[in-house]
Structures are given as C-alpha cells and as structure tokens.
Ligand binder design. Sequence first.
Ligand SMILES: [Zn+2]
Length: 348
Amino acid sequence: MKTSMRIFTILNIPIELDISFLILLLFIYALAILTIIPLQLAVLITLVFATVLIHELSHSYVAQHYGVDIERIVLLPIGGVAQMGKIPKNPNQEILIAIAGPLTNIIIAGISYITYLLLLPIISGFISSFIAEFALVNIVLALFNLLPAFPMDGGRVLRAFLAKKMDYVKATELSVSVGKIFAIIMATAGIFVNFFLILIALFIYIGAEQEYKTTMISSLLGGIKVKNIMTSDVKTISPQIGVDEALEKMFKYKHMGYPVIEKEELKGIVTFHDLSQVTKENKKVKVANVMSKTLITTSPSEEVIVALEKLTKNDLGRLPVIYDGKLVGIISKTDIIKIMNLMKNKAR
Ligand SMILES: [Zn+2]
C-alpha cells in the first residue's frame, strides 16, 4: 500500500510526504491553534522538516553528480529518506555523498547564527531567539547524523574510511559492529539519563542490522548473473495431467515448484502448496486449473540481485528463466541463499 503522496519535484527528484508526517504536522498546528504549544514551536518544527528535506537533497545532489539515480525523497516523522540506486563503491565518493547532508546543516546553522548576531541589536528578542534556536537545532542535527553508526551518515563515512584499508564486506561488518556497540552504550546511558536515548539506540541498532543485510546481499551477489547459478535441466509439468500425477512427479524429483509447459510455451507455475490445497475427491483436476498463471520471469543475463528482489517483492520461491520466448532454466530462492553462503565463506 502506498502511504505517501507526491508534493513536488526538485532536481528531477519527486518529493513525497508520508501520511503519518501530514497527520503529525496537522496535529502540531492543532495544538498551536488551541494554544497548548506556542505557535513559535510549531513554526520551528516545520522549518526543521524543511531543513531535513534540504539535508536529503544535498545527499541526492552529490550522488546525482556521481551518476546515482535518485528514485524519490520521502519525508517521515522520524526524518527524511532519499531512496537511491546503487551507491558507488568508491570510498571517496561515498564519503562526499554522506558528508553533504550534515555539512549543509552546519552551513545553515552558520548562516542562521550570523543572521542572529546581525539582527540582535535591531529586532525583538522574540525573533532573534527563534533564529538562535533554529541554528542550534541544525547543529544538533549535524552532530546526530555524524554519529559513527549505521543508519546515520557517520556510519557511512566510517565504512568508507575503513574500505580504503580493507575489503568492502569486512569494512561493513566492522562499522556495523561499531554502530551496535555505540547503540548498546547509548541505551545503557539512556537508563540513567533520558528514556529517549533508548529509543534512538534501538533505531540505530535495527538500522545497523538492516544495513548489514543489504550490503552483504549486494556485495556477495554483485556481478553474478542468473545464468551463472540457474538450473538448466528443468523438470516441467504439462497442464493437462491430473493433480495426483503431478504430486507423484513432485515426490519423485523432490522439487517444490515446477514450470507448466505446453508446446514449448510457459503457461504457468505450479507449486507443492498449490497441489496440496486440492481435496482428495478432486485429485483428477487438471494442473491447468490449479497453477498460478501470473508469470514473473527473469532472463539469463539479469543480475541475481534483481531476481532476488523480484522473488522477495512478490513472495515467490522460484522464477522461470526465459530466453527468446523459451524456458531455459529455473532459479530458486534456495539457490540464491546457497550461493550467498558460499560467497560468504569464500570472503573470510
Ligand atoms: Zn543524511
């Protein structure tokens, strides 16, 4: 389900607001109108979100410069997320992309502080204190993002520095560990200082774990094509045979899913799960009636990581491999996981 709406486009990047973000903003302004919180605070929060957007745009701008595709920027109550294509594994470029965000916050803080000093003698204390607060918030945002822990920008900078000295996967492992230790220390401090720290620590810990997984997957599978690991000797099933016969075949070959082929053409895919749904009395029903006809396929030259995305996104166990309109192989999630484990052991 799509929970965000597009508001405008900058630098060819669609900017989207998450629904929860809209609700939060409305809630804040409702509180301000009811004079539960000062209007000044509501405006400050809005400006902070604008800053978060500028922060993400800075990352995106530098990333675009290095040829990275930016799919969109989504604003959430916890901050912004720039969804990017593959970030170059060039440490120097990665550092520049990561540092651009916090650097922008420091520049905004600097400009606000100078404005504060210049306006101090001429305008009311109310507006100048507002500008000073805004400068302070930007410093806090910059420092927070520079924490050397994933998913913060500082975590990426740390990994890039480490990647100059060691293998990319090892650099990721090490910086993820640093991030987790950091989160544990933060959570422990939170017990004594402020409960909010525990929440941030949890956010960092989960983010570190996620970064570890995605980086591992993309670096372990990077460059491997479907044709390198697919099974070419595919066992297929005819749509015209009965469910009972198909089940017999499954027990014989011990695979859980089969492409359904008629006259060399792929008609569907049938899994053990589909067949086991059929009741005993209906076992003579044809495979054509129980197979899944929505076909999501891959090709021999497709990257395995793309095939894995298709599997995960559609909650599938296997994809038929099609070349020139013909079935040339099959690739399963189990095959991909096996290859990942193999590459992992090789990397050690
Ligand atoms: Zn950032």
